[in-house]
Design a protein around this ligand. Structure first.
Ligand SMILES: *[C@@H]1O[C@H](CO)[C@@H](O)[C@H](O)[C@H]1NC(C)=O
Length: 206
């Protein structure tokens, strides 16, 4: 093979690799929708989810940060449709701690109040923004991000859309300090001592 042929071949191969990456997401289904096993007759109710009603009405207001999901777990008709929502309620001064969604980007819309948001990309660069009512922000797939209602007096409400029926959430604080990762591993990783790690873990104990 000439070196030009080789170059062309490697271009084609890398183009295929890029297409494969771009298509990584929920699997396509070969039916219009998926009816769960054991469910025999469905009607419009199967495609309807009403658990966001009280959130949109604003009653009751939670006293701590609260996520209400509409993923395929809560709303089975989403199975196979590659979409889902989450409603995020922030009392004044509350935070949604740093976390990732392994299977989807997140498109957040601020419906009430204001939010400070940010994510860190794979070069460790932080991107932040102050969002007002009506603003949207996109958190790229898999990257660590957070949202914070810096206003101590006004609550905030955001609705997030996901390109997966089951985006998944990995909370960074819980993953590190509310599992049984060895104290020594964490102390070395955070360049600190075991006592500091144990004190962080204590705050998560059930
Ligand atoms: C820590 O994990 C336990 C067991 O999974 C859970 O019950 C508890 O709520 C978690 N604590 C926090 C603060 O997330």
């Amino acid at each position: 093979m000439s070196s030009n042929t080789l170059k062309l071949l490697s271009l084609v191969i890398s183009a295929f690799a890029i297409v494969k990456i771009a298509m990584a997401g929920d699997p396509d289904i070969l039916t219009d929708y998926i009816v769960p096993q054991g469910v025999s007759a469905i009607d419009g109710n199967f495609f309807t989810y009403t658990s966001f009603r009280p959130i949109v009405l604003g009653t009751p207001q939670p006293t701590a940060f609260k996520v209400t999901k509409a993923s395929m777990v809560e709303f089975p008709a989403l199975n196979g449709q590659s979409v889902s929502y989450a409603a995020l309620q922030f009392p004044g001064g509350s935070v949604n701690p740093p976390h990732t969604h392994p299977r989807s980007a997140e498109l957040l819309l601020v419906c009430q109040g204001s939010l400070q948001v940010g994510f860190v990309d794979t070069t460790n660069k932080l991107y932040t923004q102050k969002l007002q009512e009506g603003d949207m922000f996109i958190f790229p797939k898999g990257l660590v991000h957070f949202q914070y209602n810096a206003d101590p007096k006004t609550s905030a409400l955001a609705i997030s859309a996901f390109g997966s029926a089951n985006a998944g959430t990995v909370s960074i604080p819980s993953t590190l300090f509310n599992t049984s990762i060895d104290d020594n591993v964490l102390a070395l990783s955070f360049k600190t001592d075991i006592a500091t790690i144990q004190s962080l873990k204590k705050n998560f104990a059930a």
